[in-house]
Design a protein around this ligand. Structure first.
Ligand SMILES: *Cc1c(COP(=O)(O)O)cnc(C)c1O
Length: 367
């Protein structure tokens, strides 16, 4: 048997007709830039997330960049975030000229530890970017309380967690701006790059909408300096076709995760993912932990089971961030997670036979 880490093809096949019709229509209409599907998707996503304002953009990375720029964050400013995330989170901060300041994660959830945020706040701190990693929300209540106390903006990196909930609230709608990605491996994937932002405040939303269009309003009149970060009409059309299926897919991911969690509980030396009772987890990744991570991966690969490390290097130890002056040992929980985590297939199209094969192969290894 073969179990790939992700099976994008299986998902596309399951809704190919709707996707082809949607793409066909865009090609017939020829409104490739900011066509009506973009607006329609923005409205549907506003409804889905329950956010007041929703703005499509070119990627999840751009969503973060636009959010930082909407708050005029740049040179001389500091932004607090986690070192255990995809590069884009801290990359965006550095790309606007601000300084990423890291705070270690909580061992159970892989998410930023709110108890350590206050220690890192300086007069230069402008914002916090909690990341809802792997489909589960960061502990937002204490983060929002700290942000209020110090007058900081909260930008939620929701790239992996569209549809996740924290105490009943949709991920990305708790802070000031939510940033989402349609990268094909995310829970709602485009057939290329794409992303969107949600905002609470009308003026902020307006600024975000203008920033992605070169800062122009009306056309050819620029009061602020923006960029080209539009969501393609074709991607919007594909996403409109897929959106109705999102909750069903998330449900399958959750069921798959629960199936693994039950089968893999009580294996010495293996930790299954922790599900925070305050959260509705949408399992973009199912991440195991073991000190024998590298050997386990070899065993899985030898048995044709895909697996991946998210993430092998904590961001404070990346070469490009050497100038920040961090060293090994600064964020021990994050460093440990980088050494021990391995994600295994959890995508909705997995069959029970495939999961049983994965479970059997893991049990074999630990025996
Ligand atoms: C995927 C991802 C991004 C970037 O999204 P892109 O659409 O690939 O630019 C940002 N942050 C996190 C946590 C991600 O997983």
């Amino acid at each position: 048997m073969k179990v790939p880490m992700l099976d994008v093809k299986a998902q596309i096949e399951s809704c190919k007709q709707q996707i082809l019709e949607a793409v066909h229509k865009v090609i017939d209409d020829c409104q490739f830039i900011m066509g009506p599907e973009v607006k329609e998707l923005e409205c549907k996503l506003a409804g889905y997330t329950g956010s007041k304002y929703t703005i499509g953009c070119a990627s999840g990375t751009d969503a973060l960049l636009l959010a930082l720029r909407a708050f005029d964050i740049g040179a001389g400013d500091e932004v607090i975030t986690t070192p255990y995330t995809f590069f884009a989170t801290a990359g965006a901060v550095a790309n606007v000229g601000a300084k990423p300041v890291f705070v270690d994660i909580i061992d159970d959830t892989f998410n930023i530890d709110p108890a350590q945020i206050e220690l890192k706040i300086t007069p230069k701190t402008k914002a916090v970017i909690p990341v809802h990693l792997f489909g589960q929300c960061a502990d937002m209540n204490p983060i929002m309380a700290i942000a209020k106390k110090y007058n900081l903006k909260v930008i939620e990196d929701t790239a992996q967690s569209l549809g996740a909930k924290y105490k009943g609230n949709m991920a990305g709608t708790i802070g000031d701006i939510g940033c989402y990605s349609f990268f094909p491996s995310k829970n709602l994937g485009a057939i290329g790059d794409g992303g969107f932002v949600t905002a609470k405040d009308q003026a902020v939303a307006e600024k975000l909408a203008i920033l992605r269009l070169h800062g122009s309003k009306p056309k050819y009149y620029h009061s602020i300096i923006g960029t080209n970060s539009r969501l393609d009409t074709i991607q919007a059309a594909v996403l409109l076709a897929k959106l109705p299926l999102l909750d069903g897919w998330a449900q399958k991911r959750m069921e798959n995760a629960q199936y693994y969690n039950n089968a893999l509980a009580n294996i010495d030396g293996l930790r299954t993912p922790y599900i925070d009772p305050n959260c509705h987890h949408v399992f973009n990744q199912y991440t195991l932990r073991t000190e024998k991570r590298d050997e386990l991966m070899k065993h899985l690969e030898a048995n044709n089971i895909g697996c991946a490390i998210y993430y092998p290097v904590s961001l404070h130890l990346q070469k490009c961030f050497e100038y920040l002056g961090y060293k090994q040992g600064d964020f021990p929980i994050s460093e440990k997670a980088a050494r021990e985590s391995v994600s295994i297939p959890v995508y909705p199209e997995l069959t029970k036979d495939q999961m049983d094969y994965v479970i059997g192969t893991i049990k074999n290894f630990f025996n």
